[in-house]
Design a protein around this ligand. Sequence first.
Ligand code: FRU
Length: 478
Amino acid sequence: MNNALFRDLKRLTAMVEPAEWMHSDGWRLGYHLMPPIGWLNDPNGLCQFRGEYHVFYQYAPFDPHGGVKFWGHYKSADMIRWTQCPVMLYSDNTWDIHGVYSGSCLVDEDKMYLYYTGNVKHPGDYDYITTGRGHNTALAVSEDGMQPVSDQLLMENKDYPANLTCHVRDPKVWKQDGKYYMVQGARTKEDIGELLVFESEDKVNWNHINTITTPEKFGYMWECPDLYEVDGQWILAFSPQGIERDGMRFQNIYTCGYFPLYGDFRGEYTLGEFVESDFGFDYYAPQSFLDENGRRICIGWMGMPDADYTNPTADAELGWQHCLTVPCEVHYENGILTMNPVREIAALRADECEMQCSGVTAAAVNEMADVLFEPCTQEWEMILHDCLKIRYADGILSMTFLNGGYGRTERVVPVEQLRNLRLLIDRSTVELFANDGAVCMRTRCYPEGSGRGLEIHGDGLLTTYRMQSIQIIKEDGK
Ligand code: FRU
């Protein structure tokens, strides 16, 4: 903080970030958060602070294919109009010199406590799994929500249990029963993924009090854990690596989902069945927070690390890659977690159009749209912008690319009865919510050619809205 490296990184970031948000690039998103330039991955530090919503994210402004990660920053009073704030955390300390990795924000005593993983890769002939890497737990404090006033190292690898590799990261912190709790994802030396639970009285000194894992190995690493109670049910959400595809399950290279947790995460617990949170191509590392109205709100990264499909915007002349999902409200209903866009998003709707479809119907759908469909039959399909086919037949909902998938092919999910469908379409993204958010499929999508609109084969009630762009304002730091 405030050393020569900090000052240089800040200056360099300002040099590459565009002064104004440009909408000339046809893939740029109208109402989803994306990086001003370069690369974005996980959402970090989600919170509401003094009434305003804050979204931090893994940000590598110098390279659209990823580079040293900082914490980029947006804030908003209403989750619609966002302000781009100066980067909150640069990799400017010895303990985070190769990246300010993911973490969370605890709002306490009217301050932001930003917990993160400092990544260090020592030069040498290391495998960077069992040797050569430092994964440090660190804490930055901000009094105004715009810049840190302190930054300190809390724990390093030697402070974690001895059976672990160097991979221990992504602290999620919250307050409960007058104490503070932290969970971190870890990879053991036997290549088993697990969750470490820490407790603290003062937010600075942490004790490892429990380890949560499965009786049978479930992947080799658990990234980005999130542990919370919603509607009376404890949920252990995380992004495991190393789960092999099994028929229609685990179709992506890395998985993302949750275990219902019964008992007490601090002591005796049991885990229910693992449920995937998304069945599309691009969804990973989601995080949630409780807002001041008591809503559990979740945001995910619309990307998939190490996937064999790509995004054309990473090309040199466009120079950016990836985006976040819209914020979703989370509930636990009838034994399942549901996610639906926060109601604020509906304020972006314009030009409502309702039509009864039968046979083949062509509907005008804008490049930014909110589409609702209530089918009358249990077999139908729709083709969006001549590019993406969404089909429901034989109890299976599928997403198939006709073109513009950049390596994305098909994803499928069994759904017993499909009652309703919502599509949030935003130039190069589609977020699909079926059965009131019980099943989600998110994908990036790059329509080619001139065919725009929605072709529906089947009967049902279709409601479409054009979605308005959000205006991102840029706020300079002091
Ligand atoms: C998940 C992840 C995290 C890590 C971050 C680094 O996508 O690998 O585990 O903290 O990204 O950018």
